[in-house]
Design a protein around this ligand. Structure first.
Ligand SMILES: [Zn+2]
Length: 309
């Protein structure tokens, strides 16, 4: 059987701008990208494992004639987008949001993945390498003549330190995990209200091409439908949380009683449990208990969460 990673591919979105799309986009299987200008390349995110990151960087090198990788940016703190940072050339300068750097430095999963996923991901030879340049709101870098804008939505959404990469001339948006195209969005470490607000912010770029953090590319014509589906999902989670709280149900029980409806067709459906933990914590003004949340998601799923990383 072919591993889903074998289907990963580098797609030239516009000349010199590449999307690394990894089907099927489920747990730990992310998208990344590269922007090449006259004097080198800016990488957008790495991958979870050594194997996947080497494959991605090899494809970029082949497509760009080995152009030097001068810069990289992480769209957020999660390992599927950042564990491979340590495989970038030593001289590559990595950029990220100030909160993203702090979170990667505190991330416990890179040192050994708990048996929450099956098979348990093997990261390979990667080590923690946080951004060395951080910012709070926005920062613009140049790949030769190409303007590459790194922009934070101004609030917590998927995570506290989300960044999108916007090419205003080419109208290409690397949206990171503000957009999951055709898969269940995750806001466990973010905010439902913030994720909802981020949808208008994403639309406001009026991109021609969108590279989501997971799932296939979207073009301008697809984007309204993709964002509307996110909005329906986030409102669904908030509704389930409201009813659950009103009925005195903990997040797991609320998820077990909920009818997923149209969202049953999306992979990683057990994220409903995780997203409810977030909604409950926010309603209580409390921190999410990650261990309990992940345990509940496994209970809902009837076992460890499937991954093909
Ligand atoms: Zn991701």
């Amino acid at each position: 059987m072919d591993l889903p990673s074998d289907a990963a591919g580098l797609h030239e979105v516009v000349a010199g701008v590449y999307a690394w799309i990894q089907p099927d986009g489920t747990w730990w299987v992310n998208n990344a990208g590269a922007v090449t200008g006259r004097d080198g390349t800016v990488i957008v995110d790495t991958c979870a494992t050594e194997r996947r990151t080497r494959r991605f960087l090899g494809a970029v090198a082949a497509a760009t004639g080995g152009a030097p990788v001068r810069m990289a940016v992480n769209t957020h703190q999660h390992g599927d987008h950042a564990y491979g940072n340590s495989l970038l050339p030593e001289e590559t300068v990595i950029f990220g949001h100030v909160a993203m750097r702090e979170a990667l430095l505190a991330d416990p999963i890179i040192d050994g993945c708990p048996p929450v996923w099956a098979p348990v991901p093997d990261w390979g030879k990667v080590s923690r390498r946080p951004p060395s340049v951080v910012f709070e709101t926005e920062l613009t870098v140049f790949a030769g003549e190409r303007r590459v804008e790194l922009r934070h939505p101004g609030h917590t959404a998927h995570t506290p330190g989300d960044v999108v990469v916007w090419l205003p001339e080419e109208r290409v948006l690397f949206a990171g995990d503000l957009v999951f195209n055709g898969l269940t969005p995750l806001v466990l470490m973010g905010s439902l209200e913030g994720a909802l607000r981020s949808l208008d912010w994403v639309a406001g770029f009026e991109p021609e091409h969108v590279v989501p953090g997971h799932g296939p590319r979207a073009d301008a014509g697809d984007l309204p439908g993709v964002l509307a589906a996110h909005e329906r999902y986030y409102r669904f989670v908030l509704d389930v949380a409201r009813q659950g709280l009103a009925n005195g149900l903990p997040p797991l029980a609320a998820a077990q009683e909920a009818d997923l409806g149209e969202f049953a067709a999306w992979a990683d459906a057990e994220r409903l449990v995780l997203n409810l933990h977030r909604a409950y914590a926010d309603a209580a003004g409390a921190e999410v208990d990650l261990v309990t949340a992940l345990g509940d998601a496994m209970t809902w799923n009837g076992g460890p969460l499937p991954t093909s990383v």
